[in-house]
Design a protein around this ligand. Structure first.
Ligand SMILES: [Zn+2]
Length: 222
């Protein structure tokens, strides 16, 4: 073993002693996401429609290991899973752009959504931006909160939509530009619908959305 490799191996050993890593999907030691969980998350992207003409591509189903890994990123500061999740998100983005290329002649820009202030304060990062950074793709943040919605937990679909309606706005006018929305999880889709409304109101065209994971219910609908 040469000196550099020895040094690297020693540093890695020291780190694993200091910071024990367990798979966020199953708890197996020594990997942020183990090989078995990574394989279980890999699937052809699932397409569904939130409303007619607003397609959503999900990289995987929001269940099992994929759900646990996403929740670890969102709730347990496990940003070390972002590379594994980027491998799930990227095919969803690629499918969305490929499906849109004939319909939207203009360049498609990826757009992520703002976190609620409370969520950002709690985490210190935006989960989907951390994952998207690992794909190497650029993105913009064209949306800001116009009004902070109340916590969505415990609200039904209609209540979520009412709570979010009018809460986002696009910063400049975006006439003629085309966006693909990118988010971590789609469940009811209420946030994506509000982002769609705000961007459309500013003159933008929305290609659809790409997310890391979608709920099984959405898959059946799709
Ligand atoms: Zn695992």
């Amino acid at each position: 073993m040469d000196f550099v490799r020895l040094l690297t191996a020693t540093a890695a050993d020291a780190l694993s002693v200091l910071i024990p890593v367990a798979c966020a999907g199953c708890g197996a030691p020594d990997a942020a996401v183990c090989a078995a969980c990574a394989v279980s998350m890999r699937a052809p992207p699932l397409r569904s429609e939130l409303t007619p003409g607003f397609p959503v591509w999900a990289g995987t189903e929001y269940s099992g290991a994929a759900r646990r890994v996403v929740l670890a990123l969102k709730n347990e500061q496990r940003t070390d899973v972002s590379r594994a999740l980027a491998r799930v998100l990227l095919p969803a983005i690629e499918h969305a752009i490929a499906a849109s290329s004939g319909i939207f002649p203009q360049r498609i820009t990826l757009a992520t959504l703002p976190s609620s202030r409370a969520a950002y304060r709690r985490r210190g990062y935006r989960p989907v931006d951390v994952v998207l950074a690992k794909t190497g793709l650029g993105r913009e943040h064209p949306l800001v909160w116009q009004r902070q919605p109340v916590d969505q937990i415990g609200l039904g679909i209609a209540q979520r939509r009412a709570n979010l309606n009018g809460s986002l706005r696009a910063r400049p006018r975006l006439d003629g530009r085309a966006f693909l929305l990118v988010d971590d999880v789609v469940t009811t889709g209420a946030t994506l619908l509000e982002a769609h409304r705000a961007l459309t109101a500013a003159g933008a065209k929305i290609v659809g959305a790409a997310v890391i994971a979608g709920t099984p219910r959405r898959r059946r609908e799709g």
